[in-house]
Design a protein around this ligand. Sequence first.
Ligand SMILES: Cc1cc2nc3c(=O)[nH]c(=O)nc-3n(C[C@H](O)[C@H](O)[C@H](O)COP(=O)(O)O)c2cc1C
Length: 261
Amino acid sequence: MANTTYDLHNPTIETLLNRRSIRAFADEPIPADVVDTLESVAQHAASSQYLNDWSAIRVTDPDVAAKLAEIGGQPYIAQAPLLYVFVLDEHRNAQIAAAKGVDVDSDAFTLNGSYRFSQAQNDAVLALHAMETAAYSLGLGCVILGSLLNDVDGLIELLKLPKYTYPVLGLAIGKPAQEPALKPRMPKSVQFFENEYPQSSDELLTTLADFDADVHKYYDLRNTERPVDAFSDQIANNAVANMDGRTVGEPAARQGFRLDR
Ligand SMILES: Cc1cc2nc3c(=O)[nH]c(=O)nc-3n(C[C@H](O)[C@H](O)[C@H](O)COP(=O)(O)O)c2cc1C
């Protein structure tokens, strides 16, 4: 049961509050009707300007899954019975617009600009999250995979992603073969603000001391030898993490996006 304080109970809220990443899956295929339902749910997510500018590649070829696991550096990627890579997709819309006479290689074409890039990414994430929630509601478990972006060029080549597409995230789904504890979440007072952003960091830093202690009690099943670092330490370490090869600008430009406009 989630450690969050809440008063209302219904199956949707229970599903969302008990969600935790699953990184070990039973070796059981996902029935076709479940796959079909999960895909319909994803399609029903909201879409900015109704452009529906995302797609998802269902990975069924074990060789492709193995290469994705290699890119991500996470073996469980290849073990997931159901695996998707969500991409932001203006390629389909470019094809549709071109068929209507739009010159998609001219400056008049704006679906490849920064605004659409970010909104299409939002669309893809919302669709992925809808699918993730539906999967949990059916007793399945998932892990979202940002690690696939370790090698964006390799991923684009592997999945043959055309111009005006860009990978967003992977989603691995399967019957859970582990029961990880729920990971603590920070007190709402430092994440929900009223009317304006707080101008002082006093409340944040005092509140986080307790939260740090809570997080430090959590054991990640990927490394059960020791509890995870305190939250503040995780943030400080991430704040200076090496991001070489993980920038968006250049690969996005190679995919035809113009993020400077
Ligand atoms: C955008 C995004 C990318 C993520 N990428 C990975 C990943 O590559 N591999 C992984 O094991 N978990 C990944 N996760 C899962 C997070 O590590 C996890 O959600 C977080 O630690 C909180 O734990 P919980 O999901 O169990 O509550 C990702 C989550 C998000 C939202």
